[in-house]
Design a protein around this ligand. Structure first.
Ligand SMILES: [Zn+2]
Length: 82
């Protein structure tokens, strides 16, 4: 069991929209990802290579798999009242 990987240092990248909300990035993380802000619901693009974040746009139809797929389905079902 290699446990030292769990004890890696990490960096918290604040959301551009709500600096109080943060995303944890590990040194092994690379590339970018679009993450929805848990506070205001806006999307931010996190660059794990540069440890920066910038406001992102909602990637509608990107791969036809929206990140909030499950939540959207739930909301739709609730709106339909079923
Ligand atoms: Zn926000």
């Amino acid at each position: 069991m290699k446990e030292d990987e769990v004890h890696m240092t990490f960096v918290k990248i604040p959301y551009p929209c709500c600096p109080k909300e943060k995303v944890v990035a590990y040194p092994t993380a690379h590339g970018c990802s679009s993450i929805k802000c848990p506070n205001c619901g806006k999307y931010a693009v996190f660059d794990y290579d540069n440890l920066t974040a910038r406001p992102g746009k909602v990637c509608r139809g990107a791969g036809k798999r929206p990140p909030a797929n499950e939540q959207t389905a739930r909301t739709t079902r609730a709106a339909l009242g079923s």
